[in-house]
Design a protein around this ligand. Structure first.
Ligand code: PRX
Length: 705
């Protein structure tokens, strides 16, 4: 396979197909003309469009007016009252769908399907599967909501959630929404430091976790990570009052065992009073009532915080509110995947709920639309490389949504894996998280969609809440590599630094010129960052009103199709996950051997971007104070140090030792130069005696920067 950057020349356009050929009664938007008409109308009068969409939710009290816009502050559905859990669960029970399937969950452990002699497994041949109805969700969310209340959680509090992909994660999130507490979910792959940093920023006093989760057959020690985070927080004077622990794996080591309501031995913060109490989920939930009314929330009350990486080392708590976010996600899920409320569809988004894709399109968008959502706990290659296709075949998945990185990995594994399975239930395929290279698009189309299924390449961000540029499967002819046209109600444009719209094929900055309901309402506790990151750079040249800037470079072609070129700030997309270069740099310099670090992204065949770290060491091997040697042992140590500080996804692909980093006269690291240097060398340099000497290049380039 070629490098992601060396793109196949692919000029084909793929027209939409009739709805019936894919088993749909109709497309919600059935032609390009219809889309264009609807889009034009939605942009001329966004308030009318979004009011109509908001009517599809259940409101306890109607809004006074649709939008109040004092840029960059938007209030949607002003004074409207509703509850997110009610919209996802109770409403369906009340309308007679209590016994319908809301979610299907499949646990990871299972034996390989192959009859290969080495395939013996400690696991059963069939995986554990649970089907949860709306009525069960209502009962369970009520119980957990009451358990949270028992732990002192009140409306407006932030509850941190760090769990594996199990039904109880959905229940925990909805339980928070039920009582009006905001949830802040942290991806289970993050390290203790990431938990403590986020819990502290969010002023969160309660954490929900599990003893462990399964990943590639191994147990991820979630409870242990929380214990470490609790200790770190206590050292900073931030006390976690309670931790609610779901028993998932039952593998906890003796040191982390605890009796419900006590403090495990690992939690050293016992000098604090009262000490952090750990409670077993099953114990607490059994002791409370299964009736808990849904709190009446204002449309603009915070529904959740989700931390995302920025160009500084500190993650940003992106704030989403109730009415606007739910309306936007309900609409975009329905239109992009042609959802129809019933059980004839089975939607599977393979993202973890710890990311925005999981929030919007595993959980909220699906439950609100009353379409069963599939949750898978594990990895695509456990117990073998056919797991995803096996899941699609067994559960008759109709819409499948995944990331380009995953598709490139499947390509590497070969077509023999999907070929073994019946994928004929599939109707629409989606991708998200990073640009998809045409090779991967075509592979997905041919080998997974079997040339029948439309592909929706959805462009959006944690901050946008839902899809802002995407094909609609019945309306938009697709071009591999392009996320095509704006969502209804989204006024997207490519502009220059002056905010002027650019002509066809001129590269510029991606912006959204009008507010939309799913837009972020703030960066938690950091107004300045909210303004400078998103609203400070671009404005309407005529009125001076700020435009929302996504920090992506893009162009539109002669048909108005968007082609996203990638980030223009110091964040990189590694396997579709956003990582601030500063986060990795801070982790590296926290190692005692490291003096300075500069991290850049380089094109990577599978991951989209790989991480290259240039590192200088304390002391000098040439002087009396030798410091640590720049060798492979140190490379390995630094790699695991980053994994420990941030999480495995931040591990550098290459660590390159340098005598000094190239800097401008004003002392700024010349990142552009480092990117060039990093991109020029494909392989990790194993020759530990070669140290990068940037002094010459730096002198040459100093005047340019
Ligand atoms: O650079 C864009 C890229 O992902 C960024 C947003 O990342 P995050 O907030 O983690 O959300 C990911 C899931 C929505 C964007 O600024 N991105 C996302 N989707 C696409 C994309 N780039 C190109 N094409 C896409 N479809």
């Amino acid at each position: 396979m070629t490098n992601v950057q060396t793109l196949l020349k692919e000029h084909r356009t793929f027209p939409p197909v009739p709805a019936e050929t894919l088993g749909f009664a109709k497309w919600h938007v059935g032609s390009l003309e219809e889309y264009k008409k609807l889009h034009a109308r939605s942009i001329q009068n966004p308030e009318a469009f979004w009011a109509e969409e908001a009517q599809k939710l259940a409101w306890f009290q109607h809004w006074d007016h649709v939008l109040s816009w004092d840029a960059p502050d938007a209030k949607w559905f002003v004074n409207g009252k509703l509850n997110a859990c009610y919209n996802c669960v109770d409403r369906h029970v009340q309308s007679g769908h209590g016994d319908s399937c809301a979610l299907v969950w499949e646990g990871e452990p299972m034996a390989p399907r192959t009859s290969h002699p080495t395939a013996a497994s400690k696991y059963a041949s069939e995986p554990e599967i649970k089907r949860v109805t709306y009525r069960e969700l209502q009962e369970q969310t009520s119980r957990v909501a009451n358990a949270l209340k028992h732990l002192g959680v009140k409306k407006g509090d932030v509850v941190t959630i760090y769990m594996p992909m199990v039904p109880e994660l959905v229940i925990a999130i909805l339980a928070c929404a039920r009582i009006g507490a905001a949830h802040s979910v942290i991806f289970g792959g993050f390290a203790p430091h990431a938990i403590s940093e986020r819990a502290m920023d969010a002023h969160s006093r309660v954490i929900i976790t599990a003893d462990g989760g399964y990943r590639r057959g191994e147990v991820v020690p979630l409870q242990k990570n929380v214990e470490e985070a609790v200790n770190q927080l206590a050292n900073h004077g931030h006390i976690i009052n309670h931790v609610l622990v779901l028993k998932r794996t039952g593998h906890e080591p003796p040191s982390t065992r605890f009796a419900s309501g006590t403090t495990p031995a690992n939690v050293k913060a016992t000098s604090i009073h009262p000490p952090t109490k750990f409670h077993w989920w099953h114990d607490l939930v059994a002791r409370v009532s299964d009736a808990c009314p849904c709190e009446v929330m204002d449309s603009e009350d915070m529904l959740f915080l989700l931390y995302t990486s920025g160009s500084t080392g500190k993650p940003k708590g992106i704030q989403h509110t109730t009415g606007g976010y739910l309306t936007f996600v309900n609409t975009t899920a329905r239109l992009t995947f042609n959802l129809v409320p019933d059980t004839s569809q089975m939607f599977w988004c393979s993202a973890d709920i710890g990311w925005i894709t999981g929030h919007s399109y595993v959980l909220y968008g699906l439950l609100m639309n009353r379409v069963p959502t599939l949750l898978f706990e594990g990895a695509p290659n456990f117990p073998d490389n056919g797991r995803f296709w096996d899941i699609i075949a067994r559960h008759k998945v109709t819409q499948f949504y995944t990331a380009p990185t995953a598709i490139r990995t499947f390509m590497k594994w070969g077509t023999e894996w999907p070929e073994k399975y019946d994928l004929s239930s599939l109707r629409v395929l989606g991708t998200v998280g990073e640009p998809i290279n045409p090779e991967a698009w075509i592979w997905y189309h041919e080998n997974i969609g079997r040339k029948r299924c439309p592909i929706v390449d959805t462009y959006w961000q944690t901050e946008t809440g839902g899809h802002v540029v995407t094909p609609l499967p019945g309306a938009t002819p697709t071009k591999p590599g392009s996320c095509t046209l704006p969502m209804l109600g989204i006024d997207a444009a490519i502009v220059n630094e002056q905010g002027e719209e650019l002509g066809a094929n001129q590269g510029g900055l991606f912006c959204i010129r009008k507010p939309w309901p799913g837009m972020l309402r703030g960066v938690y506790g950091n107004r300045e960052r909210f303004i400078s990151n998103y609203w400070g750079r671009l404005k309407d040249p005529k009125t001076g009103t700020p435009f929302y800037f996504s920090a992506d470079g893009a162009r539109r072609d002669e048909d108005g199709y968007f082609w996203v070129q990638g980030r223009v700030d110091d964040v990189i997309k590694v396997s579709g996950h956003l990582l601030g270069t500063m986060e990795v740099e801070s982790a590296l310099v926290s190692h005692p051997a490291v003096a300075e670090a500069a991290v850049v992204g380089v094109p990577h065949e599978i991951k989209g971007s790989g991480i290259v770290a240039f590192v200088t060491l304390k002391g000098s091997w040439a002087t009396k104070n030798p410091g640590r040697q720049p060798d492979d042992a140190l490379r390995a140590e630094l790699t695991s140090h980053v994994a420990k500080e941030v999480g495995a996804l931040a591990k550098p692909d290459q660590i390159r030792f340098a005598e000094g980093l190239p800097k401008t006269r004003s002392g700024k690291i010349m990142r552009r130069l480092l990117r060039d240097v990093a991109a020029g060398v494909e392989k990790i340099t194993q020759d530990t005696t070669t140290l990068e000497d940037f002094s010459v290049v730096a002198k040459l380039r100093a005047d340019e920067e």
